[in-house]
Ligand binder design. Structure first.
Ligand code: SF4
Length: 353
C-alpha cells in the first residue's frame, strides 16, 4: 500500500500577495530548531509504528530557504521504501547546482520548481521578482544532478494576455520537464489580492488560458491526468496521486495535514507553537476529524472525478450523465470529465454528493 509523508517548511523570503499558505518571512531564525522538531516528530511516529513511506513531499513555504543539510537530516529519519519518490519544492532563485547535487545525494528524486510565469511583467503582477533566466539555470542544475523536474505555472494574473500565457507554456515545454502543473490563480480570503478587486482573475480569460495549456502540453507529449497536472508517461506525481485517491499520509511540521485510517488531522499553525509542542513532548496536533464511510465515499468520488481515471459508472447518481451532457462522458465502465467539463470540475464534483 502506498503511504506518504508531507513535510512543511514555513519560511519564505518575501510574501506573494495572493498566497494564503502558512508561511512567514521573519522566522528564519527558527529554522534549525524547527527542523530538529520535525525530525523528533518523525522519530516519535516511527517508534509508535509507521509503514514504509513510498512518497515524501517537502512543500511550503519555500524549502530552499533552509540549508539542504538540515532538510536532509529530517528526510533521513523517514522510513523510506526502496524507490520512494521524494520531491522538494524549489524557488528558482535559490536553487544552485551544489544544492541540487546535495539533494540528490540525500535521497531526493524530484524537484518541483516554482516558475509561475516566464514573462517578467506577469511575474511582477503576481508580486514575484525572480528572473526567468534563473528558471533555466535551476532546471539545468536539477538535470545535472539526475533529478526529475516539475514546473509549477500559474495563469490568470492581472493583465496577463493569452499571448503572454502562451509564451510561458511554450517556454516551460522548451525546458523539457517531466511534469507540468498549471494552476488557476485563485483569490484567497485575507490576502492582499482579495482586497484588490481590480486584479481579480477573469473566469473567461482563465478558461481560454486553460484550453491553451491543454492543447500545447498535449501536443508536446504531456498527458493530462488531473485538472491542473500533466506528465510525460510514467512521470505522474505519486505523492499527489495519494491525495486524489484517498490515500494515507503523515503530516510533519506546522500547519501540515495528515490522513490515516479514516482520520484526518492538522498540526498547530505557527512554527513557534509547533516547536514548543514538540520540545515539551506534546502532540503537535491542533485538530482532527473522522469521516464516516459515506462521507469518505463521496469525497473519494469528488477527488477521483478530477483525474484521468474518473469514477466508476456504477457509482454516479441517476441522471448524472444526461444532466451533465457535454461535461462528462462514459468511457468503458468509467465516467470522466470532457475537456469542457474540466473547466467546471467543481460544479460537476458537487453533483456527486
Ligand atoms: S513563495 Fe510560495 S509559499 Fe511563499 S509566499 Fe509566495 S506563493 Fe506563498
Amino acid at each position: 500500500m502506498p503511504f506518504g509523508a508531507y513535510l512543511h517548511v514555513p519560511f519564505c523570503r518575501r510574501r506573494c500577495d495572493y498566497c494564503a499558505f502558512a508561511t512567514w518571512t521573519d522566522r528564519h531564525h527558527l529554522a534549525e530548531r524547527y527542523l530538529a522538531a520535525c525530525r523528533t516528530q518523525i522519530e516519535r511516529e516511527a517508534a509508535a509504528g509507521l509503514p514504509e513511506i513510498t512518497s515524501a513531499f517537502v512543500g511550503g513555504g519555500t524549502p530552499t530557504q533552509v540549508a539542504p543539510a538540515l532538510l536532509l537530516e529530517v528526510l533521513d529519519a523517514l522510513p523510506l521504501a526502496e524507490g520512494a519518490e521524494v520531491t522538494v519544492e524549489c524557488n528558482p532563485d535559490d536553487l544552485t547546482a551544489e544544492m541540487a547535487a546535495a539533494y540528490a545525494a540525500g535521497g531526493v528524486t524530484r524537484l518541483s520548481i516554482g516558475v509561475q510565469s516566464m514573462v517578467p511583467e506577469v511575474l511582477a503582477a503576481l508580486g514575484r521578482d525572480h528572473d526567468p533566466g534563473n528558471v533555466r539555470r535551476a532546471v539545468r542544475a536539477a538535470r545535472s544532478a539526475g533529478l526529475a523536474v516539475n514546473v509549477d505555472l500559474v495563469y490568470g494574473a492581472a493583465g496577463e494576455t493569452l499571448e503572454q500565457w502562451g509564451r510561458t507554456v511554450d517556454a516551460a515545454i522548451e525546458l523539457a520537464p517531466d511534469h507540468v502543473s498549471a494552476y488557476a490563480l485563485t483569490v484567497e480570503a485575507g490576502t492582499p489580492l482579495a482586497a484588490d478587486a481590480v486584479r481579480h482573475p477573469d473566469d473567461d480569460v482563465q478558461a481560454d488560458e486553460y484550453q491553451l495549456a491543454t492543447e500545447r502540453l498535449g501536443a508536446a507529449g504531456y498527458d493530462w491526468y488531473e485538472i491542473s497536472n500533466w506528465a510525460r508517461p510514467g512521470h505522474e506525481c505519486r505523492h499527489n496521486l495519494l491525495y486524489w485517491t484517498g490515500g494515507e499520509y503523515l503530516a510533519i511540521g506546522c500547519a501540515a495535514h495528515g490522513h490515516r485510517g479514516g482520520r484526518r488531522w492538522w498540526n498547530l499553525r505557527t512554527p513557534e507553537r509547533y516547536v514548543a509542542a514538540i520540545e515539551d513532548g506534546r502532540s503537535p496536533e491542533a485538530g482532527a476529524e473522522e469521516l464516516d464511510a459515506d462521507a469518505r465515499r463521496v469525497e473519494g468520488l469528488q477527488l477521483a472525478i478530477r483525474t484521468r481515471g474518473g469514477v466508476p459508472a456504477r457509482e454516479v447518481p441517476d441522471g448524472f450523465l444526461a444532466e451533465l451532457d457535454g461535461l462528462v462522458e462514459q468511457v468503458d465502465d468509467r465516467v470522466v470529465l470532457t475537456p469542457e467539463g474540466r473547466l467546471l470540475a467543481n460544479e460537476v464534483a458537487i453533483r456527486l454528493g
